[in-house]
Ligand binder design. Structure first.
Ligand SMILES: Nc1ncnc2c1ncn2[C@@H]1O[C@H](COP(=O)(O)OP(=O)(O)OP(=O)(O)O)[C@@H](O)[C@H]1O
Ligand SMILES: [Mg+2]
Length: 315
């Protein structure tokens, strides 16, 4: 059976979301199912966590990973109670995937869930990019990076397009930012969680820039591009949430368009969930204009996006 969690020889775990088949040269370990089908009543937090995760389409392995962390924390408490060793593990993560595959969404959710699980004391998310970390003179970068880490205490520091820190080579201040991050993620490993995100290939290269980087990310999560069915499901949930629905014709038109766009666009530039969200938001505005001109505001009309309302443009 194809198991999407792979244990690498360096102790890293790679989690592949959406369980699409991937080639792997690493050894596959059998992973027993760890979460029972029925959750015992005392784990209401786990139930709440499941409900929150349920709102996301696909990502089965990420969902399992979070539940495993919950179980591990709970069991550690039990071990402590009987005087056994209960080690803390660093939970820094690397998210690898194309635009709009849910990286920021998952990071935000993990903050919330880890707060519920008492892994984090605040659970907030500080989103940063190169310009927030890298300064203009010697010493400035380390200071800026330390300030951000301070802000992220008790929560998550999420660095998007982290590979851009490696741009510019040895003389670039980006390297100072990486060195400062590496130092603090070890010293303060139980006070904040660092999540680095970016395209798969660039992130692999990024890991080679500092010998300490690789081993400090025990959790590497792949965010594959969504399938057409998953994109349609994402669209349907976004519409439900906004209290809209697609007419049959509109639904077919959207699906055909997604099939076409995925076929013609380079997979690295198709923005997955964000692409769907943009279509929906533009189409909602187009429907509003149509209804205004038609002067028809009955409940069914207010609810329905028709095929002519759908707006397809490049992001
Ligand atoms: N699995 C999913 N289920 C439901 N909605 C999703 C899912 N994945 C992404 N989305 C939606 O798609 C949009 C883009 O997601 P998000 O911003 O998390 O992507 P990203 O990977 O951070 O993109 P980027 O790399 O460009 O920053 C959001 O509106 C999000 O709600
Ligand atoms: Mg993002």
């Amino acid at each position: 059976m194809d198991q999407p969690i792979r244990m690498k020889s360096n102790g890293q775990i790679t989690v592949s979301l959406n369980s699409q088949k991937r080639k792997s040269l690493t050894k596959e370990l059998p992973v027993p199912p760890v979460v029972p089908k029925v959750i015992p009543p005392e784990h209401s937090a786990l139930k709440e966590i499941e409900d929150e995760l349920g709102a996301l389409v696909g990502m089965e392995e990420m969902k399992r990973m979070i539940k495993e962390i919950y179980a591990w924390i709970f069991v550690n408490k039990k071990r402590e109670e009987v005087g056994m060793k209960a080690r803390k593990q660093a939970l820094h993560m690397m998210f690898k995937g194309n635009p709009g595959t849910g990286k920021t969404t998952v990071a935000r959710l993990i903050g919330k869930l880890f707060l519920k699980m008492n892994v984090l004391s605040k659970g907030h998310l500080i989103e940063a990019e190169r310009a927030d970390l890298v300064g203009e003179y010697i010493g400035h970068t380390a200071q800026k990076t330390r300030d951000l880490i301070k802000k992220a205490q008790g929560g998550i520091l999420f660095i998007d397009e982290a590979y851009s820190l490696g741009r510019g080579g040895e003389k670039d201040f980006g390297k100072e930012a990486i060195d400062t991050l590496v130092k603090h993620m070890e010293d303060k490993q139980h006070e904040f969680i660092l999540i680095l995100a970016g395209y798969s290939r660039e992130m692999d290269h990024f890991l080679t820039l500092n010998p300490g980087l690789h081993s400090r990310f025990p959790l590497v999560i792949d965010f594959p591009n969504y399938t057409i069915d998953q994109l349609m499901e994402i669209a349907s949930r976004m519409l439900d949430e906004r209290e809209y629905t697609l007419s049959h014709e509109a639904e077919k038109k959207l699906k055909d368009h997604l099939i076409w766009v995925k076929a013609v666009l380079n997979p690295n530039s198709f923005s997955n969930g964000r692409y769907v969200r943009n279509i929906i938001e533009k189409s909602i505005r187009a429907q509003a204009m149509r209804l205004l001109l038609q002067n028809s505001f009955d409940k069914h009309e207010l609810l329905t996006l028709r095929s002519n309302d759908l707006v397809f443009e490049e992001d």
